[in-house]
Ligand binder design. Structure first.
Ligand code: ADP
Ligand code: MG
Length: 228
C-alpha cells in the first residue's frame, strides 16, 4: 500500500484575476521505504505540495492520503495526531528553538507525546548519535553550524519514528559539502539496515547529490508534474 497517495490535486491562492494556480492536477504515490525527490524551479509549487501532503494546508480539489487515511476526512485532533505521530518535517530554515539545547530540541516531539523521561533521554541520545552530534548535545542552535543545526532538525523529525519524512529544501541554506552530508544522512535514514522502522521520504531539493541518491525524481513545472 502506498504511504502517500495524491490524486488530482489543485490549489490556488487568492481569487479572481489575481489568483495564483499553484497546483493544477497533481497525482503521484510514494511507497513505504522510498526516497522521492521533488524538483522544480522556484514558484513551481513544491512547498504548496509538501504542505498539502503534510496536512498543513488543504487542497481545493483532489485527494491526499497518508498512511491509508484521507486527510480531508480527519477531524482536527486526528489530523494533529497524524502529523505528530506519523510525519516528520524538516524545513529549509531548520526551525529549531533557540533557547533549547540540541538534545532538548530533539526531545520536543517526545515531550508532546508525554514519553517517559528516561525513555526520552535514551531516544534523544540515540538520535543525536545517529546524526553524528552526540558531543554537541548541550549546545544551543546558535552555537552550532548550519549543517549541524539541520542534523539536529533531522533527528527531531525522526524522534517519533515517523512513517513519512517531509523535507522542504533542507539544504537550501547550506554550502555544497555540508549539503552533501545532510543528504547522505537523509538517504541513510531511509535506506538503513537498522531495526528502526524505515520511513519513506519526500524531499524538495535542487541538490544534485540527493537527485542522484533518490529512488525517484518528480519534477514540477508551473504546478503540474512533468512526465519523464
Ligand atoms: P516553490 O516551493 O516551488 O518555490 P510554492 O509552492 O512556494 O513554490 O509557490 C507556488 C506558487 O504559489 C508561486 O507562484 C507562489 O508565489 C504562490 N504562493 C505560494 N504561497 C502563497 C501564498 N500563501 N499566497 C499567495 N500565493 C502563494
Ligand atoms: Mg518552496
Amino acid at each position: 500500500m502506498a504511504m502517500v497517495r495524491v490524486a488530482g490535486v489543485h490549489k490556488s491562492y487568492g481569487r479572481g484575476a489575481t489568483a495564483v494556480h499553484a497546483l493544477r492536477g497533481v497525482s503521484f504515490e510514494v511507497a513505504p521505504g522510498e526516497l522521492v525527490a521533488l524538483k522544480g524551479r522556484s514558484g513551481s509549487g513544491k512547498t504548496t505540495l509538501l504542505n498539502l501532503v503534510g496536512g498543513l494546508d488543504t487542497p481545493d480539489r483532489g485527494r491526499v492520503e497518508v498512511d491509508g487515511r484521507r486527510l480531508a476526512e480527519l477531524g482536527e485532533n486526528e489530523l494533529l495526531r497524524l502529523r505528530r505521530d506519523r510525519i516528520g518535517f524538516v524545513f529549509q530554515s531548520f526551525g529549531l528553538i533557540p533557547i533549547l539545547t540540541a538534545a532538548e530540541n530533539v526531545g520536543v516531539p517526545l515531550r508532546l507525546r508525554r514519553t517517559d523521561p528516561r525513555e526520552r533521554d535514551e531516544r534523544v541520545g540515540l538520535l543525536l548519535s545517529l546524526v553524528g552530534l552526540a558531543p554537541h548535545a548541550a549546545q544551543r542552535p546558535g552555537e552550532l553550524s548550519g549543517g549541524q543545526q539541520q542534523r539536529v532538525a533531522v533527528a527531531r523529525a525522526l524522534a517519533n519514528r515517523p512513517a513519512l519524512l517531509i523535507a522542504d529544501e533542507p539544504t537550501g541554506q547550506l554550502d555544497a559539502e555540508t549539503a552533501h552530508s545532510v543528504m547522505r544522512l537523509l538517504h541513510g535514514v531511509v535506506h538503513t539496515d537498522s531495526p528502526e522502522p524505515r520511513p519513506c521520504a519526500l524531499v524538495a531539493t535542487h541538490d544534485p547529490t540527493l537527485l542522484d541518491l533518490a529512488d525517484r525524481v518528480l519534477e514540477l513545472r508551473d504546478g503540474t508534474l512533468v512526465t519523464p
